[in-house]
Design a binder for this molecule. Structure first.
Ligand code: IPE
Length: 250
């Protein structure tokens, strides 16, 4: 089984509020169609969820955030989710939409529900979930990022490969020259904080990716503008991006 995160920076235009990159989404779903293995899709918020979370000052910490913000973030994520689902349906894939409320209780994943997601994906349906604003308890809510969902799912399901589709070729050792890091084994690279993003932008991705690889699973950071790179990584195990090699695969 393969876990794939479609980052908000690839499915939306982060410079422009509430704008989806429909053509890119279309190309991605066409790429997914070439994968003949069970997959689970997680997508981010980009200029939908992140735009509103910033406006309403909502973060990953559990707090009493503005309830209006909770509703509006959720609503925007449904809107973005619908764009992904529509594109999948149009390209003859069978998505099965699962908002994170379906498998999260407070900030904990419900293991029985997550096991069910595995069964759903093995049936041929494609579970699709996303980062969202979530109820925590006692009037507190929080932003659950898609990257964190990837870690929850990876831990419970031990997929063969986790893929993070980004708007970059992978991780660069040097931002200026864009020198790509091809492979990492265990070590966590030093990435400077992206303050614009409520869930921590690239820093969060690298953190979750290295956490998952420490569980022994391979994690691949790839350019989502080139969906064939995702297909190649899955099919031929050729990694044109950054591979965090899981310990057991070293
Ligand atoms: C964001 O999820 C969820 C909300 C802000 C509601 P992510 O943090 O995974 O989104 P991207 O991929 O970085 O945009």
């Amino acid at each position: 089984m393969i876990l794939i995160k479609l980052g908000g920076s690839i499915i939306t235009n982060k410079e422009k509020p509430l704008s989806a990159r429909r053509k890119t989404v279309e190309n991605l779903t066409k790429g997914l169609k070439k994968i003949n293995e069970p997959i689970i899709i997680v997508h981010g918020g980009g200029s939908y969820g992140h735009y509103w979370s910033v406006k309403y000052d909502m973060h990953t910490k559990e707090r009493k955030y503005d309830l209006r913000g909770v509703s509006i973030v959720k609503n925007s994520m449904i809107e973005l989710n619908k764009i992904i689902l529509d594109s999948m349906i149009k390209n003859k894939l069978n998505p099965y939409c699962l908002p994170p409320t379906d498998f999260m209780s407070g900030n904990k994943p419900i293991s029985k529900k997550i096991k069910e997601i595995e069964k759903i994906s093995k049936s041929g349906l494609i579970p699709v979930t996303f980062g969202d604003a979530l109820w925590y308890g006692q009037k507190k809510t929080y932003i659950l990022s898609g990257d964190r969902i990837m870690t929850h799912l990876a831990k419970a399901l031990e997929p063969r490969l986790c893929v993070f589709a980004l708007n970059e070729d992978g991780l660069y050792s040097d931002l200026k020259s864009k020198k790509l890091i091809h492979e990492l084994q265990g070590e966590k690279p030093d990435i400077s904080e992206n303050k614009m993003d409520v869930t921590g932008g690239m820093t969060r991705k690298v953190e979750e990716a290295s956490k998952i690889s420490k569980m022994g699973l391979n994690v691949f950071l790839v350019n989502g503008n080139k969906p064939d790179r995702i297909v190649k990584a899955v099919k031929d195990k050729t990694f044109e991006g950054t591979l965090f090699r899981g310990k057991r695969n070293v």
